[in-house]
Write a protein that binds this ligand. Structure first.
Ligand SMILES: *[C@@H]1O[C@H](CO)[C@@H](O)[C@H](O)[C@H]1NC(C)=O
Ligand SMILES: *[C@@H]1O[C@H](CO)[C@@H](O)[C@H](O)[C@H]1NC(C)=O
Ligand SMILES: *[C@@H]1O[C@H](CO)[C@@H](O)[C@H](O)[C@H]1NC(C)=O
Ligand SMILES: *[C@@H]1O[C@H](CO)[C@@H](O)[C@H](O)[C@H]1NC(C)=O
Ligand SMILES: *[C@@H]1O[C@H](CO)[C@@H](O)[C@H](O)[C@H]1NC(C)=O
Ligand SMILES: *[C@@H]1O[C@H](CO)[C@@H](O)[C@H](O)[C@H]1NC(C)=O
Ligand SMILES: *[C@@H]1O[C@H](CO)[C@@H](O)[C@H](O)[C@H]1NC(C)=O
Ligand SMILES: *[C@@H]1O[C@H](CO)[C@@H](O)[C@H](O)[C@H]1NC(C)=O
Ligand SMILES: *[C@@H]1O[C@H](CO)[C@@H](O)[C@H](O)[C@H]1NC(C)=O
Ligand SMILES: *[C@@H]1O[C@H](CO)[C@@H](O)[C@H](O)[C@H]1NC(C)=O
Length: 651
């Protein structure tokens, strides 16, 4: 078997991925952006904090698996820091939703919301922090299912489930909901879609029991003044506004985006779009999709998904491109090899990252008190016009609006607009003799800059600059007619806004990903497949509101799944998986959260947490040096033959 480096050679891409586990995750240009925000940790500083902590001993190898069985219930988790909360003052916890999602396909839970009125909760709308807690219990067999949560049609949380164990699985995700204060401060409607299917004949019996709470803090969050602006004063949904279905746009055509008509108050001084986006179905693994240019090298029976790995989510104002998102690839718990993600998930599985595009430079036209079209589009690199993507992407967002002190209309002009409507990714493909191996590289770059002069409050002049500098590279190698695939991707760059030269939004990121998968035995009776996945999430963020912070997450996972003989209904019957991760959070207020976790075969090997926020999200208790027993299913011969399910196998 060839190693990844033998197949790819010592290419620049691989070299940059090797650096993921070292310190040089950010380029010189990206580090220069961080200089403008004193106190924002660099990835190198977080790496050394991880190395010096108590979790360092985790790097040692541990003995192989034992016959220990799964802890009941199994605690699943996505590593994330607990949101910082005020140290002074009182707080209260309110239950927002308790619901069992059984046969809930396209049937969301819908409940009224009212702001809490008890004294401990603090003054409505003046909270120092609001922290959401989404806790789910499930037992039985179930796919990973996507859920989305909306308050008054504004998506506030996108979450995917664990694949539960028969003896019970529980997971908790915490999310900082403070940026949604404008919505939380008034009566509204909470809608949670968690489309699930219970079908005894398919062996799908896992119900998701959801408890959603929010904790409201009366005190003030300590953060250096000036850099943590309070939450915006109005939040406008960018969604399909449906009263009784999920509210994200389902985008399956790159020429047809989701359009929302938006009317902004005429004294708006700042407007920032937040974007939620994720690929689904043939776009779930978009980063591994095969470019159209090389798809003919493989036989159609290999079943490769075309249209290439490059994807761009676009935000348009009245049809004019305002900014883009090059998303982080979130891998769900059923993704690539499900045994890799139980009990330790990939980054974003339970709390997907969101992205920001500042549309403040468009205020001169947006403040005319009439409706404007804000469009969320997804474009790819497919060659068959006019559609460059597969089906489908789920995309939604909101506009965070800050109002001026006076009622005077904001006016001004867009002074320069330097934006290409589309970047054309380069594709280079190379086939070996008899097409036995195929190698392809894909690259894309984007620079975008919009400069406006605004006059706010009738007199004050503000120069507003929104800019993006992004780079994408992807290398793919195939063997065995595409049944063996190596995919290596790096998305990196920055998004920045400034007002009169002062940074008001900064998103500096690097998202390396490396996937090896081997499906050569997939179609045979008692088939099997396996994979190895390395991934990193590095992001230094000055958000539109809240505390500037840096996150560095790295993951290394390897696993395999064996399947039953019911052709057409591929149930996993056994498998192994081992995942090690490190996580570091640091913010400009000096708070830290560091964690090293190691899971194996449905059990915890080790979990270590330290840093100032450690007590807000402590380590799991039940660890065993050998991890768990691995996934086994003994009743697989009971599965009916020949029934068609989706591309994933239920565990
Ligand atoms: C893929 O799996 C098959 C079956 O286990 C094995 O024979 C082959 O060596 C594997 N290929 C690679 C590149 O790992
Ligand atoms: C776990 O394993 C022990 C010893 O093998 C066994 O006695 C026990 O019943 C098992 N528990 C579960 C929940 O399977
Ligand atoms: C989250 O909520 C669950 C159930 O409501 C509770 O058991 C758990 O302690 C909460 N966790 C935190 C950190 O608040
Ligand atoms: C889940 O656990 C409950 C309580 O033990 C049990 O009654 C139920 O049958 C289990 N459900 C499945 C699908 O295993
Ligand atoms: C908000 O809802 C609560 C609970 O239903 C109700 O008592 C209150 O009057 C409502 N407030 C407004 C402003 O509608
Ligand atoms: C701005 O909006 C307010 C409130 O709708 C309105 O009273 C005012 O006339 C508007 N000003 C301008 C210049 O359009
Ligand atoms: C290799 O793929 C090319 C491009 O589709 C095709 O023209 C050629 O016939 C293939 N060669 C073999 C031996 O399959
Ligand atoms: C918004 O889109 C509609 C439908 O395409 C179009 O008629 C209208 O002119 C657009 N509005 C603006 C301000 O561009
Ligand atoms: C993941 O990283 C480890 C350590 O650098 C390396 O040995 C392994 O080959 C990598 N795997 C993949 C799929 O990139
Ligand atoms: C999984 O089950 C199959 C079918 O019984 C068996 O051939 C295979 O060895 C098992 N694999 C593991 C890892 O237990």
């Amino acid at each position: 078997m060839k190693s990844l480096s033998q197949v790819l050679g010592a290419g620049a891409l691989l070299a940059s991925h090797a650096a993921v586990f070292g310190q040089d995750v950010f380029s010189v240009a990206q580090l220069a952006q961080l200089d403008a925000v004193p106190g924002l940790p660099t990835p190198a500083q977080l790496t050394s904090a991880l190395k010096s902590g108590p979790g360092a001993r985790l790097d040692r190898r541990v003995p192989l698996s034992t016959n220990d069985n799964t802890t009941v219930p199994l605690v699943d988790l996505q590593i994330l820091h607990p949101p910082p909360t005020p140290k002074d003052g009182t707080h209260c916890t309110v239950e927002l939703l308790r619901y069992a999602f059984g046969n809930s396909y396209d049937a969301p839970a819908i409940v009224p919301y009212s702001p809490p009125n008890s004294k401990d909760c603090g003054t409505v709308g003046q909270w120092g922090a609001v922290v959401g807690n989404l806790t789910v219990y499930s037992n039985g067999t179930q796919y990973d299912r996507l859920s989305s949560l909306y308050l008054d049609h504004v998506e506030i949380w996108r979450h995917s489930s664990a694949e539960p164990t028969k003896t019970g699985t529980v997971w908790t995700a915490l999310k900082d909901l403070t940026p949604y204060t404008a919505l939380l401060a008034k009566n509204g409607t909470l809608l949670m879609d968690f489309s699930n299917i219970i079908a005894a004949d398919l062996g799908l019996d896992g119900v998701f029991y959801v408890t959603l709470t929010a904790t409201f803090y009366s005190g003030a969050l300590k953060a250096p003044a000036g850099l943590s602006p309070p939450p915006s004063e109005a939040i406008i949904p960018l969604s399909d506004l449906s009263p009784d279905h999920s509210n994200y746009f389902v985008v399956s055509d790159s020429a047809v985006g989701g359009v929302t008509k938006v009317t902004l108050p005429n004294n708006t001084v700042r407007a920032v779009v937040e974007v939620y986006c994720s690929g689904n179905s043939a776009e779930e693994f978009w980063y591994l999709n095969t470019p159209d240019e090389i798809v003919s090298y493989f036989s159609p029976s290999a079943g490769l998904t075309a249209k290439g790995p490059f994807r761009e989510v676009q935000v348009l104002v009245d049809g004019r491109l305002a900014g883009v998102v090059w998303p982080f690839p979130v891998i769900y718990t059923g993704g690539i090899t499900p045994t890799n993600w139980r009990p330790l998930t990939s980054y974003g599985a339970y709390n997907q990252p969101t992205y920001f595009v500042d549309i403040t430079p468009f205020l001169p036209t947006l403040t005319d008190s009439s409706p404007h079209n804000i469009t969320l589009m997804v474009v790819g690199q497919g060659l068959s016009p006019p559609n460059s993507i597969n089906s489908n992407w789920f995309v939604s967002g909101n506009v965070r609006v800050t109002l001026g002190a006076s009622t005077a209309r904001t006016t001004g002009t867009i002074r320069s607009y330097s934006v290409d409507p589309y970047v054309h990714p380069t594709v280079r493909g190379l086939a070996g003799p008899e097409n036995a191996t195929v190698h392809a590289t894909i690259g894309a770059q984007r620079k975008l800059k919009i400069v406006s002069d605004l006059f706010v409050g009738g007199k004050e002049k503000r120069s507003v600059v929104f800019e993006q500098d992004l780079s994408f590279s992807n290398a793919q190698d195939y063997a065995s007619d595409g049944w063996v695939q190596w995919g290596t991707q790096l998305t990196t760059g920055f998004t920045k806004s400034s007002t009169n030269g002062k940074v008001s939004l900064l998103d500096t990121f690097a998202y390396p990903l490396s996937v090896f998968s081997n499906y050569t035995l997939y179609t045979m009776q008692f088939g099997a497949y396996n994979s190895a996945i390395n991934q990193t999430f590095t992001r230094a963020l000055v958000p539109p509101s809240g505390t500037p912070h840096t996150i560095l997450w790295t993951s290394r996972a390897e696993g395999g799944v064996g399947m039953d003989d019911a052709l057409g209904l591929r149930h996993a019957i056994n498998g192994t998986g081992e995942t090690t991760q490190t996580f570091a959070y640091g913010d400009i207020a000096g708070e830290t959260y560091l964690r090293k976790s190691h899971a194996k075969n449905d059990g915890w090997v080790q979990d270590t947490v330290w840093g100032t926020l450690a007590s807000g999200n402590p380590p799991v208790k039940d660890t065993t040096p050998g991890g768990g027993p691995g996934f086994r299913r003994r009743d697989f011969w009971l599965v009916p033959r020949g029934r068609a399910l989706g591309p994933d196998d239920a565990l």
